[in-house]
Design a protein around this ligand. Structure first.
Ligand code: ZN
Ligand code: ZN
Length: 623
């Protein structure tokens, strides 16, 4: 082998000028010509030129990998460098298994052993597509060769375990490492974040000697992922004070937190920050901005932001964000028009687009369009409908009272219906007071998961909406005695950057006394204007009308609304976010408040927006 290497070196030297020319090849054809020249000059079977060619071939695309393999195969005695180049070329591709095959052939034939780079590439290949047994075998060899203490090898190992979700193994490697850099910390923190273990991620983040942009972005995104939006925003504010300047990824996560909290002021501040600091706008950041404005009730502004960035409209995510925004605001026609424009611009819709589009049809009672779009998914775009798309269709038919058709969709689903699908149908039975069908659906749901509280809540709601109090009481008793309690209704409102949360009948707020006095006065004013409480929303069997009214008056959205009215200037719009669906009575009350107090009220519930103005709601009472 040494003789071969010397010959190669000599040959390379004599052909130096030619090899330099290889560096200037910028197409596969040119590389092929260079390869032919190498072969005629007797250099085709030597490691150094082969290495140059393989690097060139695989630097930008993996489609040339088979050709690279051909070049590799022509070298009878590859050196360590050539082996490493080929292992690396496969490592990050869908054929990463080949890295391991080459690695194995290398340790069989090579007289000298793999080095730290070999292990880094093989571990990368393992985390890209191989199982843990292979990775652990390779690790044993690395230990034998004393290379696991190398910083790069350690980091690749931590990454491999973290990617597989084996955080204990990753942590053990991390704890045992003698040498750590910011990558090691960030990979380990990222491993916890991926599994939603935010307490462990934060513990490590706090221990980390110095945070860089990746560490900050990882934990902020992690909090958003587990729906701890306040924590995400608090951390983002801390980063602005003590950390490096945020980048487009950090800002996208912070915007997502604002969107979910309906924190419009803070979202706007981030938008200004992006413009002022010339942050590079990419399609993901643009989509986050559109989503933030849409979810904070500013759909027109979301539209404006979308239209101002025509250079980013070649990517699907900004379109999806705006179509989803229109759907949530009940602007079904706008959603459909945007979808049609998107098609004329040759942007191919994806699964997310169709979820937004079908839910727009559902909110707008556009049965025929919905049916047509659902069919076109597969026929025009070869997108196989998933359970979410079937859910949209059940919702579309269910809301419109086409309960037979909704059941038929479920019967023809290729996958077993889940709780959400049955829940959508049971919810529709409640709206259309089809108790018999509801009971049948309820029994399917109980069979699917006897301990799931959601089914009992839906059933109780259906019974009380139909005035069947005794049945409602039986189901409610079951809910009361069950281990898992119903998620309490919770509404929040942001005033000058501070969030105020209210649960049903909440008395924990420092302004409780004034709040309840205001609430009483408010309901009195609403009644004078013609508001009549909707008793069907009372879930308990209460005989006395006045008690029913008291139960309704303490709903979380009414508390948040009263609090907003009390603490804001006349004419200021009030924005409320609720974790569950808004109830019929609160919806009715909000319509009256918007008229009596001359306020715009924007309520975002779990599914959509209600924009109340002058006594009417944007949903036209269809939700
Ligand atoms: Zn209510
Ligand atoms: Zn509404």
């Amino acid at each position: 082998m040494n003789r071969c290497y010397t010959t190669c070196k000599r040959l390379v030297k004599t052909s130096d000028n030619f090899l330099t020319l290889v560096d200037f090849c910028n197409s596969v054809d040119q590389i092929k010509q260079a390869h032919a020249q190498l072969i005629t000059r007797g250099l085709g079977s030597h490691s150094i030129p082969a290495c140059k060619l393989i690097k060139l071939l695989t630097s930008s695309s993996s489609t040339t990998l088979p050709y690279a393999q051909l070049v590799f195969d022509q070298v009878p005695l590859p050196d360590l460098f050539l082996y490493n180049t080929m292992i690396k070329a496969y490592a990050m591709t869908t054929t990463s298994g080949n890295s391991l095959l080459i690695f194995r052939s290398m340790i069989r034939v090579l007289s000298h052993m793999p080095n730290q780079y070999t292990f880094v590439f093989v571990f990368k290949a393992c985390c890209a597509g191989l199982g843990s047994p292979e990775g652990k075998q390779v690790q044993v060899l690395a230990i034998k060769l004393g290379l696991v203490r190398n910083l790069f090898v350690t980091n690749a190992l931590i990454q491999m375990y973290a990617n597989w979700g084996l955080v204990h193994d990753a942590r053990r490697t991390f704890d045992q490492s003698v040498d750590r850099d910011s990558f090691s910390w960030n990979i380990m923190i990222g491993g916890y974040v991926r599994l939603g273990k935010m307490d462990l991620a934060m513990q490590l983040f706090n221990e980390m000697p110095q945070h860089d942009i990746v560490s900050w972005s990882t934990v902020i995104a992690g909090y958003v992922q587990v729906s701890c939006f306040m924590e995400a925003l608090d951390l983002f504010k801390e980063m602005l004070h003590t950390g490096p300047p945020p980048n487009e990824f950090t800002l996208a996560s912070a915007l997502s937190a604002c969107a979910n909290l309906v924190a419009l002021e803070q979202g706007r501040w981030i938008h200004v920050y992006i413009d002022k600091n010339d942050i590079k706008m990419n399609d993901r950041l643009l989509a986050s901005l559109i989503d933030m404005y849409a979810k904070c009730g500013e759909i027109d502004f979301a539209s404006e932001v979308f239209n101002s960035k025509s250079n980013l409209k070649r990517r699907i995510s900004p379109w999806n964000a705006l179509i989803g925004g229109f759907a949530m605001h009940g602007k079904s026609e706008e959603a459909i028009n945007l979808f049609e424009t998107m098609k004329t611009e040759n942007i191919k819709p994806n699964k997310v687009t169709y979820i937004a589009l079908l839910s727009a049809c559902s909110h707008g009672k556009m049965i025929d369009q919905g049916r047509g779009y659902f069919k076109s998914m597969l026929s025009t775009y070869a997108i196989e409908p998933e359970i979410e798309h079937y859910g949209c269709m059940v919702d579309l038919f269910g809301r419109a009272g086409l309960l037979d058709e909704a059941e038929e969709i479920i019967a023809h689903m290729p996958m077993p219906p889940d709780f959400v699908i049955w829940g959508a149908l049971l919810g529709a039975c409640r709206i259309h007071k089809d108790v018999k069908r509801g009971e049948r659906i309820g029994s399917f749901m109980k069979e699917l998961n006897p301990n799931h509280i959601g089914c009992y809540i839906l059933l109780a709601n259906m019974y009380s909406a139909s005035g069947r109090w005794s049945e409602a009481r039986v189901v409610r008793e079951k809910i009361e005695t069950s281990e898992r309690k119903k998620t309490p209704g919770c509404s929040s409102i942001e005033l000058s950057g501070v969030f105020h949360q209210f649960l049903v009948g909440d008395r924990s707020h420092p302004q409780t006394k004034e709040l309840y006095m205001f609430l009483e006065e408010m309901l009195h004013k609403l009644k004078i204007a013609g508001y009549v409480p909707e008793y069907q929303e009372v879930l308990l069997d209460i005989d006395d009308e006045e008690d029913k009214e008291t139960a309704l008056s303490k709903h979380s959205e009414k508390l948040a609304l009263a609090y907003g009215l009390m603490n804001t200037e006349a004419g200021t719009p009030i924005r409320i976010v609720k974790n569950l669906r808004v109830c019929i009575d609160c919806h009715q009350a909000a319509k009256f408040i918007s008229k009596v107090y001359h306020r715009e009220i924007i309520v975002r519930d779990r599914i959509r927006f209600h924009h109340f103005k002058g006594g009417l709601c944007s949903c036209k009472d269809y939700w």
